[in-house]
Design a protein around this ligand. Structure first.
Ligand code: IMP
Length: 174
């Protein structure tokens, strides 16, 4: 496994991200909406560094996909989402790839009439985005490779790794 971003680099960046986020919200209560399952490690680490009053909500987005990188029809399961109307929402996902998932989740959450909605992603893959969407907070920009670890999976494996790695068969050439 090639390590793309080490556990130490992630820790340092999340410290800084937490400060950026707290600076923007200026003590206002925030409802974190994490996108399952990839968000779990990122959300767990970020919220413990956030100096803000925080509520945690989780949403599940699944796409029927032909392969690991091509999302199809997206299904949003939000049964366990608390009332978000009039709240400041911070939508947190592991990775912004094509932006299909996040753009649909943003539209869905906007329809619930929050006071504000911002987006934070741990990773943003360069050169794959199909839909315009600028995350308000981004941990790292990465090259177009399939990454795993720190919450991200391949066939539901590797989520537990403390670093972001590239599987040997997915290492870009050159
Ligand atoms: P989207 O293409 O931006 O809609 O990303 C959809 C989802 O695909 C992300 O939330 C991830 O769960 C998954 N995904 C995209 N790229 C990767 C990757 O490199 N590794 C693991 N999962 C990925």
């Amino acid at each position: 496994m090639k390590v793309l971003i080490s556990a130490e680099q992630i820790e340092t960046r999340i410290d800084a991200l937490a400060r950026e986020i707290a600076q923007v919200y200026q003590g206002q209560p925030v409802t974190i909406v994490g996108v399952l399952t990839g968000c779990i490690v990122f959300v767990a680490d970020l919220i413990r560094r956030l100096d803000l009053p925080v509520r945690i909500a989780l949403i599940h987005a699944s796409s029927y996909r032909g392969d690991a990188t091509s999302p199809g029809q997206l299904t949003i399961s939000a049964e366990s989402l608390p009332d978000v109307k009039g709240r400041h929402l911070l939508l947190i996902d592991d990775i912004l790839d094509t932006a299909q998932t996040l753009s649909k989740l943003v539209a869905y959450l906007q329809s619930l009439q929050p006071a504000s909605l911002r987006v934070a992603v741990l990773l943003r893959k360069i050169g794959r985005q199909q839909i315009p969407l600028e995350p308000d907070f981004c941990g790292f920009e990465i090259p177009d490779a399939f990454v795993v670890g720190y919450g991200l999976d391949f066939n539901d494996e590797y989520r537990h790794l403390p670093y972001i790695g590239v599987l040997p068969q997915h290492v870009p050439k050159g």
